[in-house]
Structure formats: structure tokens, C-alpha cells
Design a binder for this molecule. Structure first.
Ligand code: DGT
Ligand code: CA
Ligand code: CA
Ligand code: ZN
Length: 579
């Protein structure tokens, strides 16, 4: 929704990073950072605000309000362009190195002359960083570990970031009169959790103007290759974007080819060969005569191979072709099937938006129900109390009268290292929905961790285990646990497992979703929104559920309210099963 908020926040954060990396005033850096998070979490769309309106956003002063206004009006901010031009692209790429941070990036630059990730890796390898002021063997090793964890050095970028970049470039290309169709392909279209590079595809009879526009889009830092059918650029964030321009008549076969996965393509190509045909990005041909059989649409190519169209999210050659052949392709859950969000926060705990604003946004999305699940007392920083929870419940009931959407009062419990939870059973019985999750002590032994989660699953009040593996993509590894045992218990007790839609979590991931489903586990695809714009992340959760072959029947928040309520009453569920 408020894309402008995201863009403005990103602009402010980039300012902060660039200032920090070029050794700027720390107070100024902090001011930009604070403004960035305030704008990102601002509940209303800022698109049509004037400078005065922008100035009224907390942490945004006149000075920054003017920059945001410039951005909204012209699409760019002159001072930022200047600053970008002054900081070399390689140095900027240091900002993406996990565990380094802009201040230390500035230090390695000014003291060791390091201006690229490659040079940083060399310096690490040669143990030159530990001698810097404020560093030591320990901090050097920590950095090396953070980089290994993030698999840097062939860095992959998060799905949501890649999608944002792709949409930005496609918006420019789609405007060109020569462009008949334009979309993204590759791992991005398959909605993989991280993307190595972005693959764009355009159908046009005239490639020259398309390539010209592509190689000069504002976010280009370097043109890697420029040709008439393929060009590649590196963006200011160091991400590679490939563009292929194809004849409109070969759109389908090109899209199929460049969407991949490679393994899926190879499987299809073998099928074609067995049928005396040849499949390439140019089309499906008769191998003998060279006659074209199909090329214009993906559907037509699949159909000529004897297959129904297969969703890109499951094109990984993990059984989808066999399933398609035998008419057993799964009916995948779609974004439009989602009737509500079951894990969200407000400013009562660590959210940044008010209850009313979150609910208003949920209603605007067309949801029929919406759960508010602020943190419980065991997360001490959040300062939740019984009184505050009850007061919130009262507000929710009041709000519900005029909101036109069913509100579920819930909470997110903290699963302690021994598996115990916040509040007693009586108090928990007062909530409509209870979500529970691990927030600390991620490195327990597999046995201890499994017992810990099983205890939460078995608890009569717990409906959903949220972000079950606790991973943070590129930052924190998933916890080690016996997922088979957890899935069996979850299926038996009627406890759903979450597919957390936050782009840095996507947890459960596609593979675990698939295992969970085959054990009979129900899923809750939720955003864990801490601000209004986060509600839009639902698309990433749905795509992840699709990657695990989940259908609407598996996902409890596609169900009508009455059915969902029966599921949320674990006692009643147990009776139904027993009787
Ligand atoms: P990535 O970029 O690592 O996240 O993954 P992809 O899948 O986007 O891979 P990429 O960018 O190398 O290539 C895009 C698509 O092009 C890939 O999914 C399938 C197709 N492709 C690339 N190379 C080959 C190949 O050697 N054989 C076949 N059959 N397809 C290929
Ligand atoms: Ca790619
Ligand atoms: Ca590529
Ligand atoms: Zn949460």
C-alpha cells in the first residue's frame, strides 16, 4: 500500500548509511535513522502530504520534510544523488556486509583503504583488521563468522528487496511504446526466499530503445554487458539485473525458460526429446522437420507437452511434473483466499501503529477477521501486564462495534527455555487466539529444543506456534529440533504452525511446510506486522506456503470464521476427534 512511505524511509536510511560510511556527524546520522523508522511505520500514506504534513510526522523536522517532499514530487533528492556520487559503489556495498555496520565500514575504508567486499575479505583473511583501533582477534573472528553465516561473497538478496528493485525497473520499461510485455522471471518469479540475480524479460520487436532505457535507469551503478538480446547491469546496491528482449511470438517459451528452475527446464526438455521434439527459449519444435509447435504462451507450451500450466512457485523438479502428468497437481493457496491475519502487533508493545490504524488497514484489505497478538509479560522489555491486556480487550470489543470486521483478541506468548509460558490457563482462556514462539535461547540442544516446543504445542491454550524455526534469513540459522515429532504432535493436538510472512523470516520455509502438510499439520499464514505497511507482506507468506504445496484447506486463515473458531477451541476439537 503506502509505497511512498517505504521509498521515503529507504531514502532516509540510505542518507544515514552514506553519511555514516563517509564519517559524518553521528547525531545527524541518528536523526536520519530515527526519521526513517518513523516514516516506515507511519500508519497513513504520505503520498499526498505537503511539507507541513510531513513535518508533523514524529522525528521528521522541516529539513527532512523538505527532502521527502522533493522525493515525492520529483522521484529523487539532489543531496542524496550528490552523496551517492561521492561514495564509491564498492564502498557502499560494504554497507550490506552483515556485522560490519556503517561506522566500522568507514574505519576500514579510511584506515586500510578498503573499498569493496572483495578487499574486505582479503583483509580478513590476512588478519589485518584485528590491529585496527577498537578491534581485536575476537571482533575479527565475529565478522568472519557473520559473513560466513550470510554466505557473502556470492551474496544473495532477500526476496522483498529483489521484488522492489525489479518493479522499479519494470515500471520504467513498461512505459516505453516499444514494449509489448514486461515481467520478472528466474528465482524471483518462483518467489525463492533469496535471489542471486534478477532476471527481467521484455517482449518487443525493437530491442535498441529498450536496452537504452534499461542501461540508463536511475539505479544503475555499472553496465556489465550491453547487447541487442541481453544486457546486464549492476545496481547501486550491488545487485545484478539481467534483461532479455524477445520476439512477442516467443514470449511463452522464453518466460518458461528464464523462469526455471534449471532442473524443471531439464525435466521438460527430456519429455520433449522423448516425444521427438525440441524445447528451447525460442519454442517447442518438431525435431525432424523443425516446425514450430508452440511458443506464444506458457500455457500453450505446457499443453503441447501434455501438461497443465504449473505455478512458478513449485517449478523446482521436486515432483511437480509427475504430479501434473497424473492430474494430481496441488490446488495452491492464493493471496485472495486469505480472510484474515492471525499474528499482528500494536504500539501497546513493540508495534509502531495504533490499534485503530492497524484494524483500519486490515479492513481496507478486505479481511473478514483480524487478530491482535501483542507480546505477553515474559518479554520484559515490552512491559505487558494483566491490566493492559484486559484494557486492550475492552478497546477491541468497543472498536469492533463500528469496525465492520471481526476482531480476535490474542497474544503472543514467549516459550521459555523449559517450554513454560506466560500467564496461567485461566487467564489464557480469556483470549480468542494464542500464538507462542521462541524469542531467546536459540542454541539449546536438539533434545531440549524439541521438548521445549512440544510442551508449547501440547498446551491447551496454544493455537499457533509462530516463526517456528526462529531463523533470520542471512543472519541467524534455524533452531535444531526434531520437526517430525513436532509436526506429529501439532497435527494430533490441533495446533497450527505459522508461515511467517516477514521477508527476513519466511518461517516455516517451503520445505518444512511440505513436511508439515504431509504430517497433517494446519498452517497459519500471518504477517507478524509491527506497522501498517507490514500487512502487505502477506504475499510473501502465501508464496512460501505455495512453495510447500499448501492449498487453502491447509491454511486456517482462509477458512470462514465459524470454522476457524472451532479450530481455535482445542478442547472442543479434542471432543470432536474423540467422539
Ligand atoms: P538465482 O539467480 O541464483 O537466484 O537463480 P535463477 O533460477 O534465477 O538462475 P539464473 O539467474 O542463473 O537463471 C535464470 C533462469 O534461466 C533459470 O532459472 C533457468 C534458466 N537457465 C539458466 N541457465 C540455464 C541452463 O544452463 N539450462 C537451463 N535449462 N536453463 C537455464
Ligand atoms: Ca536469477
Ligand atoms: Ca540471471
Ligand atoms: Zn510477533
Amino acid at each position: 500500500m503506502p509505497r511512498s512511505n517505504d521509498e521515503a524511509a529507504e531514502m532516509l536510511q540510505e542518507f544515514a548509511d552514506l553519511l555514516a560510511i563517509s564519517g559524518g556527524d553521528p547525531f545527524k546520522v541518528r536523526a536520519y535513522e530515527k526519521a526513517a523508522s518513523a516514516v516506515a511505520g507511519y500508519p497513513r500514506d504520505i503520498t499526498n502530504l505537503d511539507e507541513k504534513g510531513l513535518d508533523a510526522i514524529p522525528s521528521v523536522g522541516t529539513h527532512l520534510a523538505r527532502k521527502i517532499a522533493d522525493l515525492l514530487r520529483t522521484g529523487s533528492v539532489e543531496e542524496l544523488d550528490d552523496l551517492r556520487a561521492r561514495v564509491p559503489a564498492g564502498l557502499r556495498s560494504l554497507l550490506d556486509v552483515p556485522g560490519l555496520g556503517p561506522k566500522r565500514a568507514h574505519q576500514v575504508y579510511s584506515e586500510l583503504g578498503i573499498t569493496s567486499v572483495a578487499e574486505l575479505l582479503d583483509a580478513l583473511h590476512e588478519h589485518r583488521l584485528q590491529h585496527l583501533h577498537g578491534w581485536g582477534e575476537r571482533s575479527e573472528e565475529n565478522l568472519a563468522q557473520a559473513i560466513r553465516d550470510a554466505h557473502l561473497g556470492g551474496a544473495r538478496i532477500q526476496l522483498a528487496i529483489a521484488l522492489g528493485l525489479a518493479e522499479e525497473v519494470l515500471a520504467v520499461l513498461s512505459e516505453l511504446p516499444q514494449v509489448r510485455r514486461a515481467t520478472y522471471a528466474g528465482s524471483l518469479r518462483r518467489m525463492c526466499e533469496t535471489v542471486g540475480d534478477i532476471d527481467l524479460l521484455v517482449a518487443s520487436d525493437e530491442s535498441e530503445p529498450v536496452m537504452e532505457a534499461f542501461c540508463t535507469v536511475p539505479l544503475v551503478s555499472r553496465v556489465l554487458v550491453r547487447g541487442s538480446t541481453k544486457s546486464s547491469i549492476l545496481t547501486t546496491k550491488g545487485v545484478q539485473v539481467d534483461l532479455r528482449v524477445v520476439e512477442p511470438s516467443a514470449w511463452g517459451s522464453a518466460l518458461l525458460y528464464f523462469t526455471g528452475s534449471k532442473a524443471h527446464n531439464i525435466h521438460l526438455r527430456k519429455m520433449a526429446v522423448r516425444a521427438g521434439e525440441k524445447l528451447s527459449e525460442y519454442g517447442l519444435f518438431d525435431a525432424g522437420s523443425g516446425r514450430l509447435i508452440a511458443a506464444e504462451t506458457e500455457e500453450s507450451v505446457y499443453a503441447q507437452l501434455g501438461l497443465p500450466w504449473i505455478s512458478p512457485t513449485i517449478r523446482e523438479d521436486t515432483g511437480e511434473v509427475e504430479a501434473a502428468l497424473s492430474g494430481k497437481l496441488p490446488h495452491l493457496v492464493q493471496l485472495g483466499d486469505i480472510r484474515g491475519d492471525l499474528h499482528t502487533h500494536t504500539d501497546l508493545t513493540d508495534g509502531v501503529a495504533k490499534l485503530e490504524d492497524m484494524v483500519g488497514a486490515a479492513k481496507a484489505r478486505g479481511y473478514s477477521y483480524y487478530a491482535v497478538t501483542d507480546h505477553a509479560p515474559l518479554l520484559y522489555m515490552q512491559r505487558m501486564t494483566d491490566e493492559k491486556a484486559l484494557e486492550q480487550r475492552h478497546r477491541i470489543r468497543e472498536l469492533e462495534r463500528s469496525a465492520g470486521i471481526t476482531l480476535l483478541h490474542g497474544t503472543e506468548l514467549n516459550i521459555q527455555p523449559d517450554g513454560s509460558l506466560d500467564w496461567d490457563e485461566d487467564f489464557l482462556a480469556g483470549f480468542d487466539i494464542v500464538v507462542a514462539s521462541v524469542h531467546s535461547a536459540f542454541r539449546q540442544s536438539r533434545d531440549a529444543m524439541t521438548a521445549r516446543i512440544l510442551r508449547a504445542v501440547e498446551h491447551p491454550a496454544v493455537n499457533v506456534i509462530a516463526h517456528p524455526t526462529g531463523r533470520s534469513i542471512g543472519r541467524r540459522a534455524p533452531i535444531d529440533a526434531d520437526w517430525d515429532a513436532i509436526f506429529r504432535a501439532a497435527a494430533r493436538t490441533g495446533t497450527a504452525l505459522e508461515v511467517n510472512s516477514s521477508p527476513d523470516r519466511l518461517d516455516l520455509d517451503g520445505d518444512l511446510v511440505r513436511l508439515a502438510r504431509s504430517a497433517g499439520v494446519r498452517l497459519a499464514v500471518s504477517t507478524d506486522a509491527h506497522a501498517v505497511p507490514h500487512l502487505d507482506n502477506m504475499r510473501f507468506g502465501v508464496a512460501t506456503a505455495q512453495r510447500g504445496w499448501a492449498g487453502p484447506a491447509d491454511v486456517v486463515n482462509t477458512w470462514p470464521l465459524a470454522k476457524l473458531r472451532r479450530f481455535l477451541d482445542k478442547h472442543a476439537q479434542a471432543h470432536v476427534r474423540a467422539g
